[in-house]
Ligand binder design. Sequence first.
Ligand SMILES: *[C@@H]1O[C@H](CO)[C@@H](O)[C@H](O)[C@H]1NC(C)=O
Ligand SMILES: *[C@@H]1O[C@H](CO)[C@@H](O)[C@H](O)[C@H]1NC(C)=O
Ligand SMILES: *[C@@H]1O[C@H](CO)[C@@H](O)[C@H](O)[C@H]1NC(C)=O
Ligand SMILES: *[C@@H]1O[C@H](CO)[C@@H](O)[C@H](O)[C@H]1NC(C)=O
Ligand SMILES: *[C@@H]1O[C@H](CO)[C@@H](O)[C@H](O)[C@H]1NC(C)=O
Ligand SMILES: *[C@@H]1O[C@H](CO)[C@@H](O)[C@H](O)[C@H]1NC(C)=O
Length: 270
Amino acid sequence: MQALGRILALTLLIFIDIFVSESSCVDKNQTTQNSLHLVTEVYTTVSVQMGTKAMLCCPSIPLTKVIYILWIIIVRCQPSCIIAYKVETKETDETNCSGRGITWASSPDLRPDLQLSAVALQHEGNYSCEIAAPDGNFHKAYNLQVLVPPEVIYFPVKNRTAVCEAMAGKPAAQISWTSDGDCVTKSESHSNGTVTVRSMCHWEQSNVSTVSCLISHLTGNRTLFIELSQGTTSTPTSLLTIIYVKMVLLGIILLIVGFAFFQKRNYTRT
Ligand SMILES: *[C@@H]1O[C@H](CO)[C@@H](O)[C@H](O)[C@H]1NC(C)=O
Ligand SMILES: *[C@@H]1O[C@H](CO)[C@@H](O)[C@H](O)[C@H]1NC(C)=O
Ligand SMILES: *[C@@H]1O[C@H](CO)[C@@H](O)[C@H](O)[C@H]1NC(C)=O
Ligand SMILES: *[C@@H]1O[C@H](CO)[C@@H](O)[C@H](O)[C@H]1NC(C)=O
Ligand SMILES: *[C@@H]1O[C@H](CO)[C@@H](O)[C@H](O)[C@H]1NC(C)=O
Ligand SMILES: *[C@@H]1O[C@H](CO)[C@@H](O)[C@H](O)[C@H]1NC(C)=O
């Protein structure tokens, strides 16, 4: 119990969270392409942390010149979702988009941008905006990648060995150690696209007492310190020693008491 408490107390955690929820368009430097000269669609990759809000922007064209706005959303395992707005009649039309948490960022007659209230793994896919204007069509296409921060666990195990694990992260986290040890790193991919990475290291030299692992991930890095357990099987051995010493002491006491008792009996008899 004492040893466990010490390990917990000495194990520190540093967490740097670099991601904040998006309150503006995910792609700030917009590039507008006139579709008349477009041969293949150019996708801008945007990475958004799961659970945060995301905004996808159309090419910025004065809305007074716009005829219609069309968003086409293609994600895996779901029918395409199409959101359209006709400026002249102020009509909006949605096909296969309900229940996906995808809406206009504000009224489409104010801005043509799209908003995802809380990004989930199912949102990963391609989002394209087409704006029709009298002088041509304008495109903007995004490839949305969802980032999932891994759940991190770390602990020492017997025999001067430590484990660092980054569970169900997307993309896979990377684990590195500050002191060179004998390491085995394994990763396991899950069906939802997340990956669990587990690294276990052993240190032979007894001069290494505290090690640290760095878990690198796009959603933030963490450095974790682990105090290695000393010796191989010291705890059970020392416990046995204490029990043994106690039993010997008890035996000696019993012997003294018994001896005193017999002495007293002999004395009273004579
Ligand atoms: C998105 O577009 C890219 C590039 O064309 C393509 O490789 C990918 O399969 C598309 N994703 C989906 C979900 O259709
Ligand atoms: C909408 O979804 C249904 C099935 O859920 C499908 O049959 C239909 O083709 C979809 N419409 C479009 C425009 O993708
Ligand atoms: C301790 O770990 C090393 C390296 O993994 C191994 O060779 C050795 O047998 C282990 N010792 C015990 C007592 O488990
Ligand atoms: C992905 O799958 C793994 C393994 O089934 C699970 O632990 C994890 O919570 C899932 N992540 C998400 C974001 O659904
Ligand atoms: C531990 O000892 C080895 C040689 O025995 C040495 O190479 C290494 O630098 C030492 N490590 C530390 C942290 O002192
Ligand atoms: C996280 O770690 C990676 C690799 O070690 C590094 O390239 C990156 O700059 C680090 N990010 C932060 C925010 O410290």
